[in-house]
Write a protein that binds this ligand. Structure first.
Ligand code: CA
Length: 236
């Protein structure tokens, strides 16, 4: 099944060669593309074109990728917009900041276009996945995760999460009381064999806890293994 037919991807990249290469490969996969070569142009294109996903370069003239990411995440209408960041290895600390600010994934330059396409597909797959058999709602104290509505609420108030944060929380809620290794979480949430650092999981867990303080003591770090969600005690 080709789900790519009507998907529109915004590519924000000031290096023309890379921009053209990414555009070419994504279009070969059936995606529609729009482009921008500066951060402010990128933000304008988000408003004008309402893309389904953004491939966002980190180092951009005017407004850089981190700031673009931050602005998109802080506006309710773009808080959930999937973002894949392009970074260089030397920018590793920025990459972590990027994940903190809400990028869903990142690809390090130099990258093969095939890798990027795989990441794009994995992210879309994750978003489009039909709820599995079983519950479509998970209740954890005052928190409700609703798969059908793709929504997390605490005491009825919606908490905007990125696609990866949502996936991570869903996976934890599906397996309360069980230790989930970082590798298991990476494969379950990122949807592919991940060759990057497992720190990605740590960053996303930290962000989940920031957005959902009630999870701060509920998600336990299990030394050198991974994470465990305490079983709900029903007192919430
Ligand atoms: Ca650049």
């Amino acid at each position: 099944m080709s789900g790519s037919a009507h998907k529109k991807i915004l590519i924000v990249e000031d290096e023309k060669d890379i921009l053209q290469l990414v555009k070419l490969y994504l279009e070969k996969e059936g995606y529609r593309t729009v482009t921008a070569s500066t951060g402010s142009e990128g933000l304008a294109q988000v408003r004008a074109e309402t893309p389904d996903l953004i491939v966002l370069d980190l180092m951009l003239p005017e407004i850089d990728g981190l700031e673009v990411c931050k602005r998109l995440r802080s506006a309710p209408e773009t808080a959930m917009l999937p973002i894949i960041m392009l970074t260089a290895k030397a920018e590793e600390s920025d990459t972590i900041i990027g994940l903190e600010l809400g990028a869903d994934d990142y690809v390090t330059k130099p990258f093969s276009p095939k890798t990027l396409v795989a990441r794009v597909k994995a992210l879309f797959r994750r978003l489009e996945r039909k709820p599995e058999d079983g519950p479509t709602r998970f209740i954890y104290g005052p928190l409700i995760l609703d798969l059908t509505r793709h929504e997390v609420t605490v005491k009825g108030k919606e908490v905007p999460l990125t696609a990866k944060e949502f996936g991570l929380l869903e996976h934890l809620l599906r397996h309360p009381g069980r230790v989930l290794t970082r590798d298991v979480l990476l494969n379950a949430v990122w949807g592919y064999e991940y060759y990057g650092t497992t720190r990605t999981v740590d960053v996303h867990i930290r962000r989940l806890k920031q957005k959902l303080p009630l999870l701060d003591t509920a998600i336990l770090s299990v030394k050198s293994l991974g994470y465990k969600l305490k079983e709900a005690d029903g007192s919430g």
